[in-house]
Write a protein that binds this ligand. Structure first.
Ligand SMILES: Nc1ncnc2c1ncn2[C@@H]1O[C@H](COP(=O)(O)OP(=O)(O)O)[C@@H](O)[C@H]1O
Ligand SMILES: [Mg+2]
Length: 408
């Protein structure tokens, strides 16, 4: 990385926005270490943008033409993780009908990204250490070592030295993994970047859903976005920008509208806790208010689905509030007619209009997904606390997050 224009080219290529020095240093380090085969450990809170780093490393290395595999260590059940990573022989365990190559075999010559490496069980950590030290591994049920040439990039949002103290992470593995350490700063430490990111996500969402005009922040709202702590970092900012883009009738976003999503100026409460649908009341959750909002959302969703259904039967267009037609978002056309339009229901992600019409009830899965989202938001995106509140294990919560495609 020699010039700032190289850096800009890199950021454009990967859709990364931000002026923060810490972020740019992290990107520059990724490019710098890419041609080596050194192991890299990426550290940063949840939602800071860790996942692009291993991709940059792979794409800038001699391995670029080979396999790149990203694995989320927290989402694989403990009972199968060794066989998923290292493979197994036929008959290694009751359900092992055939042999299985495993990611370390599959990624030979390429790069393996071990996301949430802090979640690896201790027994798997021992296997990983061995392959890092010797380039050899054993399939489950086999005593014949196999060779593999894999570059490891790992990421974690947990404080590994702390996990070491608690006996949950091997110290020797930690030192082996973090030959190169890349730290990504939290959003609250990137002065000014939150507003830039808001603009990017507002534009992206407008393009994705064919919304005629992206939302923008009033000067007061910009100040709020800048001073808010963003406990869920860029992921939280992106989700909120998407929600506002889709749900707000007005294209101009005020501090009041942000406050409805729990985004309030940095006041005496410096925890930056995001509560849904109300002012930030610290540790006291306003459940009653949340239930009201949920009930309202369900009601709105139902009536909108009904309305959509009727419209889809009549013509393939939606209508804005002033009566002119807006294209169905999947049609790929642009429409500049109006900045006021019917809201799309929240959290339907990329559901097409047809899918919305086909599924006219909010099913149990949708409700569960919403509950999980709410619990995560109430608990500052800390999975452990959210799992406790929901009365499920952290691993179960993790799997549900993945199964519902929730982007924390
Ligand atoms: N600087 C950035 N510019 C644009 N988008 C970003 C930036 N950092 C993160 N994102 C987006 O935020 C989301 C969360 O990032 P991710 O890499 O998944 O976070 P994590 O650190 O939890 O792995 C992703 O959708 C990612 O594309
Ligand atoms: Mg991640």
């Amino acid at each position: 990385m020699t010039t700032s224009s190289d850096m800009q080219t890199l950021m454009n290529r990967y859709g990364i926005v931000g002026r923060n020095e810490g972020l740019r240093e992290a990107l520059a380090t990724a490019v710098l270490v890419a041609p080596t085969d050194l192991s890299v450990l990426i550290q940063g809170e949840s939602g800071v943008g860790k996942e692009v780093i291993p991709r940059i490393i792979h794409d800038h290395s001699r391995r670029r033409g080979k396999t790149y595999i990203a694995i989320n260590c927290g989402s694989i059940p403990e009972g199968t993780i060794d066989s998923e990573l290292f493979g197994h022989e036929k008959g290694a365990f009751t359900s092992a009908i055939g042999e299985h190559e495993g990611y370390f075999g599959a990624a030979d010559g390429g790069t393996l990204f071990l996301d949430e490496v802090g979640e690896l069980p201790l027994s798997t950590q021992a296997r990983l250490l061995r392959v890092l030290e010797t380039g050899e591994y054993l399939r489950v049920g086999s005593s014949t070592p196999r060779k593999t040439d894999v570059r490891i990039v790992a990421a974690t949002n947990v404080d590994i030295p702390n996990a070491i103290k608690q006996g949950r992470f091997r110290e020797d593995l930690y030192y082996r993994l973090c030959t190169i350490n890349i730290k990504i700063p939290p959003l609250r430490k990137r002065q000014g970047d939150a507003v830039l990111l808001f603009k990017k996500f507002a534009l992206d969402t407008a393009q994705r859903y064919n919304i005629p005009e992206p939302i923008r922040l009033t000067p007061d709202a910009e100040a709020v976005v800048n001073s808010y702590k963003w406990p869920g970092n860029i992921r939280q900012l992106r989700n909120i920008t998407e929600q506002l883009s889709i749900l707000s009738e007005s294209r101009s976003i005020t501090p009041d509208m942000l406050a409805k999503h729990g985004i309030t100026p940095n006041s005496d409460d410096d925890t930056g806790i995001a509560t849904i649908g109300g002012s930030n009341t610290g540790s006291q959750h306003d459940y009653e208010q949340e239930i009201k909002i949920l009930a309202h959302a369900v009601f709105e969703l139902r009536s909108e689905v009904q309305e959509l259904k009727e419209k889809m039967q009549g013509s393939k267009t939606w209508h804005n509030t002033s009566g002119s037609a807006l294209p169905v978002p999947v049609s790929g056309q642009k429409n500049n007619a109006s900045s006021s339009y019917h809201s799309l229901p929240n959290n339907l992600d990329i559901a097409t209009a047809e899918e919305i019409v086909d599924d006219d009830t909010l099913n149990i899965g949708d409700m569960e997904k919403r509950n999980i989202l709410l619990a995560l938001q109430r608990n500052h995106y800390k999975r452990k606390l959210a799992a406790e509140e929901l009365g499920i294990s952290e691993r179960t919560l993790y799997r549900k997050i993945k199964a519902y495609g929730i982007d924390e």
